[in-house]
Design a protein around this ligand. Structure first.
Ligand code: TRH
Length: 387
């Protein structure tokens, strides 16, 4: 593929949590590593960034990480010449001064609005549409991540599946991983489930069901929103990384937040994963392990539409009884209902769900990835400009 060989600016505003920086950092480093693009990633919250990439220096206005130039996005933005491509990610707003600098550049940068991921049908219709600026000689293009042909695809690095398979096929590598993150690896018969969720009224019933499970369950919980609620359920005084809480057949291991790459390994290593938002959700699908997704809550239940659209795709090849179970479990978790009956049913179904998860991950890899789709999209626009 032709190298677009110029400078790209990606803007990321951290609205909350880690998804905004998680998505943009992952894309930025892939563009730099696989396409040798000079990426400048503007981030307004370096502290949030450091949670998923501990090497980040929160005091630096400029730093180079994995061949990506990281710029602290301050207000006002320093006067700077825009790159040839400008990506406005996940509903952030470019500073006016930068938009004017874009309009003054000749030719003007290609302006991409990278949207949130959704499995809903309308995504295909919007993907690639131009939106001319009302006053300035600039056009912004919608780039929609998605699961089906005619969308922008999903961010998936070239190395990902190979690294996952090497990890999942090598018990020694897995043992080293557990040791490296300070967890025991000598628990035959235990199920290991990772949990990354928002606060939830369902959580207590899930913990209770785990504690009564016939098979011991180890819940791996990186520090975050769910931890105080779990600590309260155990009546534990302090919620810190390293804490271990036990009740019945449930053990909860509180982990520090891991780097993005180690979090991938955690997803690969566990028997099942509870994930949320956007990026951890996609990574859990790539992990080829059973998952339950908690969608980011939106006004008027818009997240439940997103959930339903994804479930339609994900369950398409499952026998009816299994398909119903998956929908019931995911809906209950998202509607914050009681998990007492559904959780044990999901645990019992793990062998079937594992087979399905692998088939789904294989299916996803048939689609070209978001970075390569984006580079193709940009090259096409450049070619159309040449005439
Ligand atoms: O953190 P999230 O809930 O993020 C978001 C934001 O809320 C955002 O505003 C919203 O629009 C979006 O969701 C849909 O969930 P997400 O998307 O899964 O992002 C988490 C990131 O954190 C992801 O890149 C994985 C990373 N991560 C680590 O690197 N280490 C960890 O230990 C964990 C648990 C996550």
């Amino acid at each position: 593929m032709r190298n677009t060989s110029n400078h790209w600016d990606i803007f990321c505003s951290v609205i909350d949590n880690y998804g905004d920086i998680g998505v943009t950092w992952r894309l930025a480093r892939q563009l730099a590593a696989e396409y040798k693009i000079n990426v400048r990633l503007w981030v307004d919250d370096l502290a949030a960034f450091r949670h998923i990439y501990p090497e980040v220096d929160v005091t630096a206005t400029t730093q180079l990480l994995q061949d990506v130039e990281i710029r602290h996005w301050t207000t006002p933005l320093p006067a700077i010449e825009p790159g040839g491509v400008v990506i406005e990610a996940l509903a952030c707003h470019l500073p006016d001064s930068f938009i004017h600098a874009m309009a003054e550049k000749s030719p003007p940068p290609l302006w991409i609005n990278l949207e949130y991921l959704s499995a809903e049908n309308w995504v295909q219709g919007v993907h690639g549409l131009p939106s001319p600026h009302p006053r300035l000689p600039l056009t912004k293009y919608f780039f929609m991540p998605g699961y089906i042909a005619g969308t922008g695809g999903l961010t998936r690095e070239a190395w990902l599946y190979h690294a996952r398979d090497e990890f999942q096929n090598d018990i020694n590598v897995q043992s080293r991983f557990w040791a490296d993150i300070g967890l025991p690896n000598d628990k035959p018969g235990h199920l290991r489930i990772s949990l990354f969720s928002y606060e939830s009224a369902s959580l207590n019933s899930l913990l209770a069901a785990c504690s009564q499970s016939p098979r011991p369950i180890d819940l791996m919980v990186p520090l975050g929103k769910a931890v105080p609620q779990i600590a309260a359920w155990f009546a534990a005084a302090e919620a810190r990384a390293g804490a271990i809480w036990r009740r019945g057949n449930l053990s909860v291991y509180v982990l520090p937040m891991l780097s993005q790459d180690d979090y991938d390994r955690l997803l690969w290593a566990c028997d099942g994963n509870l994930v949320r938002g956007e990026d951890s959700f996609v990574r859990a699908q790539f992990a080829a392990r059973p998952l339950i997704w908690q969608a980011y809550r939106q006004e008027e239940g818009a997240h439940l539409d997103k959930l339903a659209a994804f479930l339609d795709l994900y369950r398409a090849n499952l026998p009816p009884a299994d398909a119903s179970l998956v929908r019931a479990v995911w809906q209950a978790w998202n509607r914050e209902e009681d998990m007492a009956v559904l959780w044990p049913a999901w645990i019992d179904a793990l062998p079937m769900l594992s087979t399905h998860a692998r088939a789904w991950a294989t299916h996803l890899a048939e689609q070209s990835d978001l970075a390569s789709n984006l580079v193709k999209f940009i090259n096409k626009l450049l070619e159309s400009r040449a005439f």
